[in-house]
Design a protein around this ligand. Structure first.
Ligand code: ADP
Ligand code: MG
Length: 323
């Protein structure tokens, strides 16, 4: 079973950022309002994720690390479900297969918490411990038992920047959660969790961007778009500042980028890109679910319709009189 887990793990766990993504999403699923991520060495030697969520009851701890064990049942048109289909219930077993995992967790109902260690899929110990409500995962020495995979990791700086990007996107999609990110003890990101998207933008991009935003809101048929567009005085030099979220999940879409940029063109010099944070809410059925689960590029069944909505919404926002 350890070999099968190792192979399966390779599909889910590519790099330290994959671990952070799975664990932070679990924290959010567990109702956490605060999540702290600390890494050393780009996350290759150490990742610690602390949340104040539901915790895992002692009797459930070992089960949570079994393949295909999930305590979650998701709605069918939940994009989160669709985009991750096939990976459900595999994150903890996969992470434990390729690293050394220490878990400290406690539910509100328990008097004492649980400390659990599992290395390369082999359980080391499970014991009672004093702990606050919530869950802390410590992941050490990623791919310590798979030297070939370890060689494919990039420099700590590059791996850390993947984690930073990921946490920026998670912060923008969850303004109601307070995030903290520390790289080698240095605070890189901190959000308040007050639910205000503009405040998150301020925390990530600073005053110049947050002070020059146009609010976006579109609601028709089966499509809702909310968020912020940067005024033309703060154009960006590349696409990296276009952030799109579909049903709460960060995705890239060349078509949505193109629509926004086409609308933007009339208002700015050539070769300039907009700052954008757009949240799309739509039926899962209108999305192409045949996209590979780890890929963030999204396709739609109604390409032209979505293009038109984005184009019109951005164009109209730029025509607002207060500009
Ligand atoms: P999935 O998230 O698809 O259910 P995972 O392997 O990621 O599968 O997690 C397995 C189970 O472990 C979850 O269903 C959940 O019950 C539990 N779990 C994992 N992380 C946390 C956490 N931070 N807080 C509470 N429960 C957790
Ligand atoms: Mg999970």
């Amino acid at each position: 079973p350890i070999t099968i887990d190792k192979i399966a793990a390779g599909e889910v766990i590519e790099r330290p950022a994959s671990i952070v993504k799975e664990l932070v999403e679990n924290s959010i699923d567990a109702g956490a309002t605060g999540v702290t991520v600390e890494i050393q060495d780009g996350g290759i030697s150490f990742i610690r994720i602390t949340d104040n969520g539901s915790g895992i009851a002692r009797d459930d701890v070992q089960n949570a690390f079994l393949r295909h064990s999930t305590s979650k049942i998701r709605g069918i048109d939940d994009l989160v479900h669709v985009a991750s289909l096939g990976f459900r219930g595999e994150a903890l077993s996969s992470i434990a297969a390729v690293a050394q995992v220490e878990l400290i967790t406690k539910t509100a109902e328990e008097t004492f918490g649980t400390k659990y260690q599992i290395n390369g899929g082999k359980e080391q110990f499970l014991e009672e411990t004093g702990a606050p409500n919530g869950t802390t995962f410590m992941i050490r020495q990623l791919f310590y038992n798979m030297p070939a995979r370890r060689k494919f990791l990039k420099t700590p700086m590059t791996e850390a920047s993947h984690i930073n990007d990921l946490l920026m996107h998670l912060s923008l999609s969850h303004p109601e959660v307070s995030f903290r990110f520390l790289n080698n003890g240095q605070e890189k990101l901190r959000t308040s969790g007050n639910g205000n998207l503009k405040d998150v933008i301020y925390n990530i991009y600073g005053r110049e961007v947050a002070g020059n935003l146009i609010q976006i809101s579109y609601d028709r048929d089966n499509l809702r778009i909310t968020g912020f567009l940067g005024k033309p005085i703060i154009t960006r030099g590349n696409r990296n500042f276009e952030n799109f979220f579909f049903n709460g999940r960060y995705v890239k879409s060349a078509m949505v980028s193109k629509a926004a940029e086409d609308a933007y063109k009339d208002f700015v010099m050539q070769h300039k890109f907009p700052f954008l944070v757009l949240h799309f809410t739509m039926d899962g059925e209108d999305l192409d679910v045949n996209v590979h689960p780890t890929k963030m590029e999204l396709r739609f069944h109604k390409q032209q319709e979505v293009y038109n909505c984005v184009y019109e919404t951005v164009h109209r926002a730029l025509l607002e009189p207060e500009l």
